[in-house]
Design a protein. Structure first.
Length: 239
């Protein structure tokens, strides 16, 4: 299991504003209300693996592409009930888009916001069409039984927290570039996210966030090999 990175120096660097990730638009209204935040927890998600973080309502979560070119599968579960989870299909209906943008909610399977998207420094493509990779997918692609997958990564990360999901939801595929064509086909491109790019969320309810650094190394969705991601949890600074 990867270590949690929460050094005092890192917290100080974030709070001093040497990195723009502490400033976000709050909520769906685009009211341009800005908040100053401090780091609560920072977790390195090792290449091809997954980690989970608990997030309180009102806190912020940033998914950071550490080295650039890495896709991540993001899952979110209501803290009180794992049968309520972030749902790509319900979100697409609500926002009427293929990719969420700042100000958009991510809805659960009960049509309640679980986080809002509050910021994005990446090219902005975060697929909501593809299912999480799983052992059957890799078997069909000719990979061995030991190949890691986002579905198994999710189960493993939840077990580490003493939790269990009733199913593997369709994830929000962070930084994944899938483009519908005029003839209705789907074409996936290697992600164009750069080192340090991030997408930011504000939790609308207490939740458990799971992020898998996607181990897909057969279909070229990540560029430059499988690499780590970072999960960072923020809260408003006291004034």
């Amino acid at each position: 299991m990867s270590p949690v990175v929460t050094t005092a120096g890192r917290r100080k660097r974030m709070c001093l504003g040497l990195r723009p990730m502490q400033w976000e638009i709050v909520g769906r209204s685009h009211s341009r209300m800005w908040e100053r935040c401090v780091v609560v927890e920072s977790v390195l998600v090792s290449a091809g693996q997954a980690r989970a973080v608990g997030v309180n309502a009102g806190q912020y979560v940033h998914v950071v592409d550490v080295e650039g070119g890495q896709v991540g599968d993001l899952f979110a579960f209501a803290a009180a009930d794992e049968s309520e989870f972030a749902s790509a299909e319900h979100t697409r209906v609500e926002i009427r888009k293929l990719f969420p943008r700042p100000g958009d909610p991510v809805l659960t399977n009960r049509r309640r916001p679980i986080p809002f998207v509050t910021g994005d420094t990446s090219p902005g493509r975060h697929d909501m069409l593809y299912a999480a990779c799983d052992p059957v997918r890799y078997a069909l692609l000719g990979a061995g039984a030991a190949h890691r997958s986002c579905a198994e990564n999710l189960r493993e990360a939840l077990r580490d927290r003493g939790r269990q999901a009733p199913m593997v939801p369709q994830p929000l595929n962070i930084f994944m570039d899938v483009r519908p064509q005029p003839d209705g086909t789907l074409v996936s491109h290697p992600t164009s996210s750069r080192p340090g790019d991030y997408i930011a969320f504000r939790a609308a309810q207490d939740c458990l966030i799971v992020l898998s650094s996607c181990p897909m190394d057969i279909v070229p969705i990540s560029s430059g090999g499988i690499s780590p991601l970072q999960l960072e949890v923020y809260q408003r600074a006291r004034t």
